[in-house]
Ligand binder design. Structure first.
Ligand SMILES: [Zn+2]
Length: 316
């Protein structure tokens, strides 16, 4: 049985593990509850940081039953029209009277997955796992097979409607590892996050990425982590890099020693902490494995213009 306390504990655990699990306003957690014969979904509000979620606010309740019916009714020949309808479904299923609080743009897969607790975050280790899986590293399948969690690997999907529609048809798993995106944990108990954390540690030890999650890095504050990182190229490892590209560029300056490499401006932490976290995750990934694959051009080109992303970027 999962309680509201589990929901808030998971939100704060993810929020505290930036930039390894979450960067800026990325990530979302939801809990399904029964109320008055209906299924309600409590979910992080769009555009807010995970560490802004607590019992006092930062969440929106959604009529999950109505959402599911409306989601399944989305039909259009054009993808752009589907995205518009998806944005309307999110808005119309919200039970919040505050128009500036909207459900997360990923509400679709939170409703689609059957388990009561769903946590999605942009884990650096998950990006590395998916990279090895899709590169068919020979040692990887046997490691996956002995994992304590049932893992599913999901290829590139644009976040929002397309990813949600795909996950609606997927068989149940404990963890969906999303290529160039992160992970979705779906659980019937409150311990899935601890299990995932153990799995990440094991993965990093087994495949030589231990320093990323090792004691010298984890537990340091963001400023300390940034001081340990060197210049890196601007790689599109996450959809948020495309969504927030202009904002990210504003905190970067070209490295004086290598062309196409970037470093953070000295005043960046005061100007835009969210982008410093996104840059830290990018530089950590590059340092861990310089040939990690990037998002395909088609997703980079389209993700920033989604109707749901326009709302998220407005920060209202
Ligand atoms: Zn995401």
């Amino acid at each position: 049985m999962i309680e509201l306390e589990d929901f808030y504990r998971v939100c704060s655990s993810i929020g505290a593990r930036s930039p390894y699990w979450t960067q800026g306003a990325g990530s979302n957690v939801s809990l399904k509850m029964k109320f008055d014969g209906k299924q309600l979904l409590r979910i992080k509000a769009s555009g807010l940081r995970m560490d802004a979620v607590n019992r006092a606010g930062g969440t929106v309740d959604v009529d999950a039953s109505a959402f599911k019916t409306r989601f399944l009714d989305i039909r259009a020949d054009e993808e752009a029209e589907c995205e518009l309808q998806y944005a309307k479904v999110i808005q119309s299923s919200s039970l919040s009277s505050n128009p500036s609080l909207r459900p997360s743009m990923e509400t679709g897969f939170h409703v689609a997955l059957e388990q009561p607790l769903v946590a999605h975050f942009h884990s650096i280790a998950a990006v590395l796992m998916a990279d090895l899986y899709f590169k068919n590293l020979p040692a990887f399948p046997s490691w996956v097979a002995q994992s304590q969690l049932k893992l599913s690997f999901v290829d590139h999907f644009r976040p929002g409607f397309l990813l949600s529609r795909f996950l609606m048809q997927c068989p149940n798993s404990d963890a969906y590892v999303l290529r160039n995106h992160g992970v979705i944990l779906a659980s019937n108990d409150g311990l899935v996050l601890e299990k995932w954390q153990k799995l990440e540690k094991d993965f990093c030890r087994e495949f030589g990425f231990e320093w990323i999650l090792g004691p010298t890095m984890i537990g340091q504050d963001l400023q300390e982590i940034l001081s340990l990182l060197t210049a890196a190229p601007l790689k599109f490892y996450f959809p948020d890099t495309a969504v927030f590209l202009e904002r990210l560029r504003r905190v970067l300056i070209p490295d004086s020693k290598r062309s196409q490499f970037w470093v953070l401006k000295s005043e960046a932490m005061h100007e835009d902490r969210d982008m410093c976290e996104l840059w830290a995750a990018t530089a950590l990934l590059y340092e861990a494995c310089p040939d990690v694959a990037e998002l395909p051009d088609e997703i980079i080109a389209t993700v920033a213009n989604l109707p749901v992303e326009k709302f998220r970027k407005s920060g209202t």
